[in-house]
Design a protein around this ligand. Structure first.
Ligand code: AAT
Length: 297
């Protein structure tokens, strides 16, 4: 509790209200100056808190999704790694990603003719447009085709080979995202990827969500092939344990390190003033601590 003395000598208490994301055994708390958005949608409880340390924070069903001050780590890492290792991606699909951060980063690349984003919950989009405008800045971009629908249904109906990059930027495997963690779904993603296509997903915290983490890598490998699936890490302070993983699965020959051009990455990061991604991070992100490598070997 922050306490200061007033001129009269009485303690002045600054606001002392905390948002806490609780799991069985660990919790993460952020002090805030109030709730800016609070709506129960058809799918989940959508809230935005004005936190003191991380700016406005989006939570879904009480779980942290993104915050103004650390969102760049997640959004730069989920987009630039696949885009800069694909020969020339023209069409990308984002499943989820309702805050708009993934679309914003993809659209920094001139190579895309179209980015399709399929978000199930229009309340997430509304909350972010109102309260996290820096993240939601791509919603007006003419290359963005925003569809409010279930991503599972969209993928099932999409044509064979119709996307160069598919990014699964979705919630944890509870609620509307449950079906996004099944073999059937990833088989459909594989089908709609072009021959040299790449799928990237957020693949949870190796430490915190170890069961899901192990299982989804088995699923990806059963579909893309044992040596076609790679894991990379980034550090996201507002997510449980701070260590977050992403998966990179390649349908064709694209390889996250062999097809990486350091000069191109460096120039891209500099041109756009990126805050996390650079040519060194790109390579380092694929170096896994032993306990993580063991979990998926
Ligand atoms: N960009 C980082 C934020 C997210 S939000 C994930 C989004 O996926 C949410 O807006 C949610 O409504 C959407 N979503 C969930 N299920 C579906 C579905 N079936 N189809 C389309 N969109 C869906 C990711 C946070 C990562 C989790 C960190 N713990």
């Amino acid at each position: 509790r922050d306490e200061k003395s007033s001129e009269e000598g009485d303690p002045i208490r600054t606001r002392d209200v905390w948002f806490t994301e609780r799991d069985d055994k660990i919790a993460l708390s952020l002090k805030h100056d109030g709730k800016l958005y609070d709506v129960q949608s058809d799918f989940q409880k959508v809230e935005v808190y004005k936190t003191q340390a991380y700016g406005n924070l989006l939570t879904l069903d009480g779980m942290v999704m993104t915050s103004e001050k650390d969102e760049y780590v997640y959004h730069e890492m989920i987009t630039h790694i696949p885009t800069l290792t694909h020969p020339k991606p023209k069409r990308a699909l984002v499943i989820g990603g309702g805050d708009g951060g993934t679309a914003r980063e993809l659209l920094r690349h001139d190579c895309y003719d179209e980015v399709v984003m399929v978000e199930i919950d229009d309340k997430v989009i509304e909350a972010c447009k109102e309260h996290l405008p820096g993240i939601a800045s791509a919603f007006g971009n003419p290359k963005l085709n925003l569809i409010v629908d279930d991503g599972i249904k969209y993928v099932k109906e999409a044509a064979n080979g119709s996307f160069d990059i598919v990014i699964v930027d979705s919630t944890d495997p509870v609620g509307p995202a449950e079906g996004l963690f099944t073999v059937e779904f990833y088989k459909e993603v594989y089908r709609i990827l072009s021959d040299d296509g790449i799928m990237v997903t957020q693949s949870e915290s190796p430490r915190f969500n170890s069961k899901v983490f192990r299982e989804i890598y088995q699923v990806y490998r059963s579909i893309f092939g044992q040596d076609k699936v790679h894991c990379y890490l980034a550090y996201i302070p507002t997510y449980p344990t701070g260590m977050w993983s992403f998966s990179y699965s390649s349908k064709g020959k694209a390889h996250p390190l062999n097809d990486f051009n350091a000069e191109e990455s460096k120039a891209f990061a500099k041109k756009h003033g990126l805050k996390y991604y650079n040519e060194g991070i790109h390579q380092a992100a694929f170096a896994l601590p032993n306990f993580v490598a063991d979990m998926i070997s």
